[in-house]
Design a protein around this ligand. Structure first.
Ligand code: ADP
Ligand code: ZN
Ligand code: ZN
Length: 839
């Protein structure tokens, strides 16, 4: 049998399957989706089986008499990927122009990323009689090293040896060459699967009892164990058995040696939620709106007709209840379901709602799990021990075999797009899986992305609407406060009069407030107040971020760190300090205005530790704080009964970003945060402070009016020729030398244009005309918004195209044309299809 293998070496020339012979002993193991260790050049590497065949393919056979290489071994007992996922990876590779092995690897938990480990042991020369004598006298260190290897008998990881005997690389290499040491390469998963010794019965209970009788009288303990196992034939952990019967492990091992029981290491799942009990909930009777939506989804799920739904439901309209009942239908059909939520909303509260409904049928995947925990959760899915998974972006790859439904909550969130390769969007991945498996996809949001909205308007997605909050709770009134007026009125504080009064009255009534500082990529930086100097990274064109705890300044792109200067390096002024327009400054001001106020601050500085995020939220829920103050983190999906005021310190900080989505992001954030107030029985109030109160993204959010916003924003997008009226591919080139970079970037643009012309792309006009009228357009090159990172300059060009054009093929061809240049000059080119961030 021949396995077609994608080797996990993402370089040019390996983006195609290679043929490997499968040895007879592995034939029954190897399937499409298996992970295998294969020789590749001088190394052993991880590979993925994407196809099986009887005969090697033409070109492999045609390449002379060269013998086909053989699969070294199989890495997992069960294939970690399904044939469906292998197909999906191929689609990803084509769509996002990434290496197939990168797409495949992205589907697996980090623990399953096998790396080759070199090991050495005593070699044939050292074993020969008097073998070592010929190599002359060894130093004490050398003798010690060799003795160490000899004593340990097996093969030792080279890494481990080098740790113990630093600097012995050359010596080890020499000994391997001389045959004193033997070398092997093994692939090891970067994983710590917890395994426990488990006792299995080998014989039938009757037989076991009989054999027990035959044991000598002195083996009383062994007989006791045998009798117990005969009575309880289910596998039992060794430790449990020994403590139960008060026998030693040796006793049980003795039985195993006699072949009466079997001892085996068994993987145990570490369930991070195991010690938490969840109150079981039952389905709520649905409102009229909910049941309409529900029946639409049910119909699609039951008939297994792939449908893309866009559920536009205002905050508090009960989307989650609809999700859960739809999932129940899906399970009743014998199918499985995936729920995606933005990482930041994947709070214990959210998990609790699903665990409360589906109990142990739910696996949870989020980035705060350790690699081992993540693997365990993933195993529950691949082994079919759960039928529902809730997780962030990458849970879209959950290895279910009978997928019936995918739910994407807060579908507009930009975190559904992965910023590193493979640069996929979970929404598109879900759609692709749906098309392949007949599963339906529900995209839910109070503020849908304009891409999804436009698809719904055009009838590509089926629109479902829930316009009312459950139990007729009103949406909180939003008060827009014009900060320019405040300034004219002599108020120079960051709190307007109305917001100040609002917080004050909450403090008096013992109710809680949430304050949001709308700063994207928020950071504190160091600035001189005399001359305006800001401390920047010497390797990147970006300011250094100040970390209060360590008094150090750090670059978020390259990790460069330095101490905060005492005086300004430019003008010598001492008025240099960290500039917190950030949450810290708001906190200070709150303390000044409201002495004794308890503020819980949630930002990058207070949430670096694992679990910190949840701890702060719990404190707030337990009413250990009057105010929850934070960045975007506080806006998402939080649900606190006693929050009656939500304040946005400055709504427009994001509007000025050079990104065509800045209005959309502003509207989404304001609407989301406004939805945090008054979700329960106490009515809520929202204050939005702004310098541009007339901007439509602010006024529409104030009126909770998505339609008005969408209408205006779509007009802007048509005029500017932006998505959803076209699609974008961003190509970023980077190099240490500016001149070479500029030259290559220009060549890239010319190449793309030439290719478009050759392809005869209709209406391709190089110079004139409105962008939206062209089928394809190439823009740039221009310097990237962050023009330098890690001493490398960055330039970008953009392909704008109508969705029906073969733009990715074109870009793939163009990029390929520069392969040689990249190899020779270390220039890098990265491609982002449907970019979310234009940096
Ligand atoms: P959304 O996700 O749309 O913002 P949620 O699903 O969080 O809204 O629902 C808001 C609140 O309404 C929750 O407390 C939920 O338990 C409650 N709820 C949802 N559906 C119903 C229903 N049919 N009857 C009563 N309460 C409901
Ligand atoms: Zn200065
Ligand atoms: Zn840097």
């Amino acid at each position: 049998m021949i396995a077609k293998v994608i080797v996990d070496v993402p370089v040019k020339g390996t983006n195609r399957p290679f043929d490997y012979e499968v040895p007879a002993r592995y034939v029954s193991w190897v399937e499409v989706g298996s992970r295998v260790a294969v020789p590749f050049g001088p190394r052993v590497v991880q590979g993925f089986v994407v196809d099986l065949a009887e005969e090697p393919s033409e070109d492999a056979a045609g390449s002379g008499s060269r013998k086909l290489k053989t699969v070294d071994h199989v890495l997992d007992v069960e294939p970690p990927l399904t044939p469906e996922l292998v197909e999906l990876a191929q689609w990803m590779s084509r769509t996002y122009l990434c290496h197939l092995s990168v797409a495949l690897a992205a589907m697996l938990p980090a623990a399953l990323k096998a790396k080759a480990e070199r090991r050495v042991g005593i070699g044939p020369e050292a074993l020969r009689d008097g073998g070592l004598a010929e190599y002359g006298l060894m130093t004490t260190e050398e003798t010690e090293l060799l003795e160490h290897i000899r004593r340990s008998k097996g093969m030792l990881p080279v890494e481990q040896l080098l740790e113990r005997f630093p600097g012995s690389e050359a010596l080890l290499r020499q000994w391997v060459r001389q045959g004193i040491l033997a070398e092997e390469q093994v692939l090891k998963d970067r994983m710590n699967v917890k395994k426990v010794l488990t006792v299995f019965a080998c014989l039938s209970p009757e037989e076991m009892l009989l054999r027990g009788q035959e044991l000598p009288a002195s083996a009383k303990r062994q007989r006791q164990v045998l009798e117990y196992v005969a009575d309880h034939p289910d596998p039992i952990r060794l430790t449990e058995l020994t403590s139960l019967l008060d026998v030693t492990a040796g006793t049980v091992k003795g039985l195993a040696d006699k072949g009466l029981v079997r001892l085996e290491e068994v993987e145990v799942g570490r369930d991070p939620y195991a010690d938490r009990s969840f109150k079981r909930t039952s389905p709520l009777p649905l409102t009229v709106e909910q049941s309409q939506v529900f029946s639409n989804i049910c119909r699609a799920v039951k008939s297994a007709t792939h449908t893309m739904f866009l559920l536009h439901g205002v905050t508090g309209s009960g989307k989650t209840e609809v999700y859960m009942q739809s999932i129940q239908t899906c399970l009743d059909e014998g199918k499985e379901a995936i729920v995606l939520v933005p990482e930041i909303s994947l709070t214990p509260q959210m998990v609790e709602r699903f665990k409360g409904r589906f109990g142990a049928d739910v696996a949870v995947l989020h980035s705060r799990l350790s690699n081992g925990e993540r693997y365990d959760e993933w195993r529950k899915i691949s082994a079919g021990r759960v039928r529902v998974v809730i997780g962030a972006r990458s849970a879209a790859f959950a290895p279910f075999k009978k997928l019936g439904l995918v739910i994407i909550d807060e579908e507009h969130e930009s975190s559904y797009k992965q910023e590193e390769s493979p640069k996929y969007h979970a929404r598109e991945v879900a759609a692709a899986r749906g098309r392949a498996s007949g599963a339906s996809v529900v995209l839910g949001s109070a503020t849908p992305s304009l891409e999804s909205w436009q698809a719904a308007v055009q009838g590509k997605y089926k629109l479902l609407v829930m316009a009312e909050r459950v139990e007729g709770r009103p949406l909180p009134p939003v008060r827009i406060v014009d900060m320019r007026q405040e300034l004219y009125g002599g108020n120079r504080s960051m709190f307007s009069k109305p917001l100040f009064e609002g917080i004050k009255s909450r403090l008096e009534k013992g109710e809680q407030s949430v304050l949001l500082l709308n700063r994207r990529g928020y950071s504190t930086f160091v600035m001189c107040r005399s001359c305006g100097y800001t401390a920047g990274c010497p390797h990147c064109d970006i300011s250094l971020t100040y970390h209060q705890t360590s008094s150090m300044m750090r670059c978020h792109y390259c990790g460069y760190t330095e101490r905060q200067p005492a005086v300004c390096p430019e003008c010598g002024s001492e008025h240099i300090r960290y500039f917190g327009t950030g949450t810290q400054r708001v906190e200070e001001e709150l303390a000044k205005l409201f002495p004794g106020i308890r503020v819980i601050r949630m930002d990058v500085d207070t949430t670096t530790e694992k679990g910190a995020h949840e701890k702060l939220l719990t404190q707030f829920r337990q009413k250990k704080g009057d105010v929850l103050l934070g960045t975007q983190m506080v806006a998402k999906g939080l649900d606190f009964p006693d929050v009656t005021l939500v304040g946005v310190i400055t709504a427009d900080t994001m509007l000025n970003l050079p990104d065509f989505r800045s209005s959309e992001r502003t509207f989404q954030l304001l609407t989301q945060v406004a939805g945090r107030a008054g979700r329960h029985h106490l009515p809520g109030e929202v204050f939005v402070q702004t310098y541009t109160p007339e901007h439509y993204s602010v006024t529409a959010a104030g009126g909770h009016d998505f339609h008005r916003f969408a209408e205006q924003e779509l007009e802007h997008r048509v005029r500017g020729g932006y998505p959803p009226f076209c699609r974008l591919i961003l190509i970023t080139l980077s190099h240490t030398e500016l001149a070479l970079l500029v030259k290559t970037s220009e060549a890239m643009v010319n190449r793309l244009k030439a290719l478009a012309r050759e392809e005869g792309i209709p209406g391709f006009i190089e110079e004139a005309g409105g962008a939206q009228k062209r089928a394809l357009d190439v823009l740039g090159p221009v310097a990237s918004p962050i023009p330098r990172i890690k001493d490398r300059y960055r330039f970008q060009c953009m392909v704008k195209y109508r969705g029906d054009q073969p733009a990715s093929d074109l870009v793939a061809q163009a990029v390929e044309a520069f392969d040689e240049v990249c190899r020779q000059t270390k220039l890098t080119i990265s491609v982002d299809v449907d970019p979310q961030v234009l940096m």
